[in-house]
Every structure is written in structure tokens, then in C-alpha cells.
Design a protein around this ligand. Structure first.
Ligand SMILES: [Fe+2]
Length: 337
């Protein structure tokens, strides 16, 4: 096992000596954040490796990699949400890699058990509420089922990966039957049929359509950092809760990637993933997109820091991913649109 100084040396060597390294990296990415530009340009500058990008939505990219098969030029897949990383693995689109840098820098719970995918940034899925209307906000995910919140909740659809992943995590913690009952009670508390993205849930509070909403932290962080229609002008009306601070902690969603199964430039692919675990790259995830770095100890941006510190749920991402099919069935049976 390489010592930390050795790993640091490897990273430094990566950044310093590979400047002359030849070659390319074919990156398939469904991350749609402007700030990733700096991630890529810094890597190219530091390594001399040219990144060719194929960008699109996650499902299209997975289908494309599958269709391309053994001739796929893909080296790395980058995407958002644990369930999508696991789906890529289940489809046989990724390969196991051996990297002491990733092993040492990333906490175990964001690493696939077979080293086929790795989480590089995290987002907490938390509860926002209208401070004027709600004086006793839900403090746990379970509280969302309380009838006192009838007609007050905005939440995303069951077809959304964020909804599926948090439900899968709750199934791991509470069991399938308990979560089925929870989902039915939450459906009864909907202010409207699920619609829109996370930002639309926050807008629902501003418009008065609902008083409580579930959203990933970075959408609110973004509205703090830059103007977001329908949210940034009303930041003062929002209260927020990191749920379950006395037990399981707040659910963490991942953004990450892995090396493609037929990667023509495997060494460059591993170098790129190791770069994503560097302090520099980790800083961008937070500063650029209001996410939480996956590497412990890396600083977070002011907008993210404003949300406050909290206890994250460090449930193993692979366990969550394995529960996704059950979560989909439970949500459907509960009538969660
Ligand atoms: Fe998102």
C-alpha cells in the first residue's frame, strides 16, 4: 500500500512530468456545468493530454457506449447520480481499475465495491421551507409523511433519479415495508403532482404553491452565488433543514465516473480520474458548482458554507445503487407520479 507522501508524489508527478505526455482522452460526460471547462483545461495544461468531449444526457451516452461496443472510443464516463453510475456498471460499460491515488484520496463509501466507478463530488438532498408559513419544519425525511404537512410539499417525480436514489437509501436504512408506508403518506401531502427540476421545487415555495420542498443543496447554493430566476430574489424567505442529524444523517448524492470497458487510452483515463481527486480539481467542484468535494478536508465555497455544516449519511453508495429497482417499484406502488 502506497504511503500518503508517495501518493502525493504520484499526484505531483502527474501534474508536473506528464506535461510532455502525448495522447488524448475521449471523455463522455453528462455533467452540464460551465465550471467543468476549467477542470478540463487545467488537466490538459498540466498533462499535455488533449480531451475530446462527447456531451449529452446520461441515458443517451450510456446507449451510445453500448451501441459502439468494442469499437467505442470512450475512455471515461462522467455522470451524475449513483443510480446512473451503477446502471453503467450493470450494462458492462465500465472496467475495474487499480489506483492507489483514488483508493487513498476518496472515502470508501463513494467508491464502487469493484472499483468500476468513483464519486468525485457530493450534494446533500435536503428540505427547504417557507419560514413564515412553517414554524415547525420536518426535521427528518420520515417527518415528510406527517399528516400535519398535508398539501404543503413540492417534490420531484418518481421517474427522477434523485427521488429514486434517496428512496433506495431509505429502504437500506428503514426497510422496504416502512418506506412503502412513508411514500404513500408523502404522496398524500403533495401540494401538486410532481413536476419540474430541483430549482422548480424551490420556486414552488416562492410562488406559494407549496411550503416545503426537497432539493439538492447546489441548486440553492447556486441561487446564492448567482441570479437564478424565481429564487435568488427571495432567498430570505427560505429556511432549510439537513434532515436526520440525530441518526442517519443527510442523504448524499454523488457525481462521478469510471474508466470505459474498452478505453483505448486507459492510462490517460486513470490519470484523469486521479486528477479529479486532486485538491485543485476538488476545489472546482465546490467553487464552480456549489457541490461538496468528495475528498475530505478540501475547502468548500462560500455559498456552500452558508448552508452550514452537517452530518452526511455515509451509507455505502453501492448498497444504495443495489436498491434502485426496489425503490422504483415501491414508488410506483405508492402512486408517486
Ligand atoms: Fe442536478
Amino acid at each position: 500500500m502506497k504511503t500518503s507522501t508517495c501518493v502525493a508524489a504520484t499526484l505531483a508527478a502527474l501534474m508536473a512530468s506528464s506535461a510532455a505526455a502525448e495522447g488524448v482522452l475521449n471523455l463522455y460526460s453528462s455533467r452540464h456545468y460551465d465550471t467543468d471547462e476549467r477542470l478540463y483545461s487545467d488537466f490538459e495544461e498540466a498533462t499535455g493530454i488533449t480531451i475530446n468531449r462527447i456531451e449529452g444526457n446520461a441515458d443517451e451516452l450510456l446507449a451510445r457506449m453500448e451501441a459502439e461496443g468494442a469499437n467505442s472510443p470512450a475512455d471515461v464516463l462522467l455522470t451524475v447520480d449513483t443510480s446512473r453510475l451503477e446502471r453503467a456498471k450493470d450494462m458492462g460499460l465500465l472496467q475495474s481499475i487499480d489506483s492507489a491515488v483514488l483508493e487513498q484520496r476518496l472515502p470508501g463509501y463513494v467508491q464502487d465495491e469493484d472499483n468500476q466507478w468513483f464519486g468525485f463530488s457530493q450534494r446533500a438532498r435536503i428540505l427547504f421551507y417557507d419560514k413564515t408559513e412553517v414554524t415547525d419544519p420536518p426535521m427528518t425525511y420520515q417527518d415528510l409523511a406527517d399528516p400535519k404537512y398535508k398539501g404543503m410539499i413540492c417534490i420531484r417525480s418518481s421517474g427522477n433519479v434523485y427521488t429514486q436514489t434517496i428512496t433506495a437509501a431509505l429502504i437500506e436504512h428503514l426497510g422496504e415495508e416502512a418506506v412503502k408506508g412513508w411514500a404513500e403518506a408523502v404522496v398524500a401531502n403533495f401540494a401538486r403532482d410532481p413536476q419540474g427540476g430541483d430549482t422548480d421545487q424551490l420556486r414552488g415555495i416562492v410562488s406559494g404553491e407549496c411550503d416545503i420542498a426537497m432539493s439538492n443543496t447546489y441548486y440553492f447554493g447556486r441561487a446564492i452565488r448567482k441570479p437564478v430566476d424565481g429564487v435568488s430574489d427571495s432567498l430570505d424567505m427560505f429556511g432549510w433543514v439537513f434532515p436526520n442529524q440525530d441518526d442517519i444523517g443527510a442523504h448524499m448524492n454523488l457525481s462521478g465516473g469510471g474508466v470505459a470497458v474498452n478505453a483505448p487510452n486507459k492510462e490517460n483515463a486513470i490519470k484523469f480520474l486521479e486528477y479529479l481527486a486532486s485538491d485543485q480539481a476538488q476545489g472546482y467542484f465546490s467553487a464552480g458548482n456549489d457541490e461538496y468535494p468528495a475528498v475530505p478536508g478540501v475547502g468548500i465555497s462560500p455559498s456552500v458554507a452558508q448552508l452550514g455544516f452537517f452530518k452526511p449519511d455515509d451509507l455505502d453508495a453501492t448498497a444504495i445503487a443495489n436498491n434502485i429497482p426496489t425503490a422504483q417499484r415501491v414508488l410506483n406502488e405508492a402512486g408517486w407520479e
